[in-house]
Write a protein that binds this ligand. Structure first.
Ligand SMILES: *Cc1c(COP(=O)(O)O)cnc(C)c1O
Length: 444
């Protein structure tokens, strides 16, 4: 049962629908112009560039330990793919019109851990390694970081621990990268975490602690365990600025890809980006970066499952992380394991308030249909959480609140030039057996 009084909170009518687990399309009335929105955030472009340079310092090491990154010179980056057949398929299946061109940002195919967490998660582990090595006189910023692959570094890092709470993919990124450097790594996993992710982590040398509870519990246990140990670093998915900046670098990389593919983003060529949201760190970091780079010419929407719309309930009610989806009588349970979060990050919710265009929700049953569609049309496999991203362009083209959004931003006559990017957040590491199960799964 919901314990909310819908008569007294902001957006009460919409939130009543949310509490009834109905699909909604919310527009954020607090969004301002990018410049004033960003001026209220303590982080800046210089912070993103600092993160970008750190990743460049590590590129020579990454190439050595993950040879699959060689063709990208040790940068962990994903393809931007034009998907016109999927565009037609979505228009036909969901009776919508996607004006402009549909592309896919394939973070599902990021090297090392096959999800968007290979941005923030790996970045935070690398930063921790660099900090420790420099503080102990083993490394200088001007060194060739390939030396980090030497045994003496592994031995050094084995005296330190890294811990994280996760529904799965963050754990995979942190676990794989930490174990590779030599850290002792403990991943605290919620009940939603898929078995194959736990198995893979153990195989990579991480310790997996399982909880018969949700994501918030796994994070709390991880944080408590780490705080009690001075040699342990906790990767805090709810509050970490480091993670956030690792995600934000994506925007600068995307800018380069646009140049390579002759894609122009400006006042008459708007960019629409749709990102599945869990606790908010990954989509929030990417959004912050995109707003820094593309300003008012980018419009960003998050997508959440109807049973776990934590960022929506926090932002629309203006109660931020003071409220959880359980307060609204929802379960927090979803087939989209990467999005199975009951309470959003307060830090990210605050940063998003003047920057985010809106949030829409979808029922789990669509996830598998969309998964089959993207395989059938473009032969790209994505995990269920990532498929939520397609709901954005579907709704933008047909629902009244978003048609109004387009009109209110004077975009009506430039939509034929629009670039739409559903952000495919994960999938490449899903084992063949699990893929087969997903491909024949139908929910009512
Ligand atoms: C983590 C994740 C997200 C959302 O990221 P948050 O930081 O939790 O909001 C979306 N999709 C996939 C596949 C993920 O692993």
């Amino acid at each position: 049962m919901s314990k909310i009084d819908f008569n007294t909170i902001p957006e009460g009518i919409l939130l009543q629908e949310v509490a009834n687990a109905k699909e909604v399309n919310w527009v954020n009335s607090h969004m301002t112009d990018a410049k004033s929105g960003l001026s209220g955030v303590s982080l800046t472009m210089a912070d993103i560039e600092d993160a970008e340079r750190r990743l460049e310092r590590f590129a020579s090491y990454i190439q050595v330990v993950f040879p699959e990154t060689k063709e990208n010179n040790g940068l962990i980056e994903s393809p931007l793919t034009y998907i016109p057949i999927m565009q037609g398929c979505l228009e036909g299946n969901y009776d919508t019109e996607i004006m402009g061109k549909l592309y896919l940002k394939q973070d599902s195919h990021l090297a090392i851990s096959g999800s968007i967490k290979a941005r923030g998660g790996i970045y935070e582990v690398l930063k921790q390694a660099e900090t420790l090595a420099i503080a102990n006189g083993l490394l200088q910023e001007t060194d060739d970081y390939a030396i980090l692959a030497e045994d003496r570094f592994k031995e050094f890092f084995s005296g330190y621990k890294i811990q994280v709470g996760s529904t799965g993919n963050l754990g995979l990124s942190i676990g794989i990268m930490s174990a590779c450097l030599g850290f002792e790594v403990i991943v605290h996993m919620s009940a939603d975490a898929k078995q194959w992710k736990k198995d893979l982590l153990r195989q990579k040398g991480a310790t997996v602690v399982e909880y018969d509870d949700d994501y918030s519990k796994a994070v709390k246990e991880g944080r408590d365990s780490s705080d009690a140990d001075p040699k342990s670093h906790f990767v805090d998915d709810e509050n970490s600025v480091t993670l956030f900046l690792g995600y934000a670098v994506a925007a600068k990389r995307l800018q380069k890809q646009f140049v390579e593919q002759n894609i122009v983003i400006d006042e008459t060529h708007p960019l629409f980006v749709y990102i599945p949201c869990g606790v908010g760190g990954a989509p929030g970091g990417v959004t912050f970066g995109l707003k820094q780079v593309f300003g008012d010419n980018v419009h960003i929407f998050f997508i959440e499952p109807t049973q776990a719309p934590c960022m929506l309930v926090g932002m629309a009610s203006e109660m931020n992380h003071e409220v959880s989806v359980q307060d609204f009588g929802l379960t927090g349970q979803t087939e989209a394991d990467g999005l199975a979060v009951g309470r959003a990050s307060g830090f990210v919710g605050g940063v998003m308030k003047p920057l985010l265009s809106g949030i829409c929700t979808l029922e789990d049953k669509h996830l598998y249909d969309l998964m089959r569609d993207i395989v059938a049309t473009q032969n790209i496999f994505l995990e269920p959480s990532a498929c939520a991203s397609f709901w954005g362009p579907v709704q933008l083209g047909k629902c009244q609140p978003y048609l109004d959004y387009v009109r209110n931003h004077n975009l009506g006559n430039v939509m034929e030039n629009a670039i739409h990017i559903p952000w495919a957040t994960g999938g490449n590491l899903v084992p063949e057996e699990t893929r087969k199960e997903y491909m024949v799964k139908h929910l009512n």
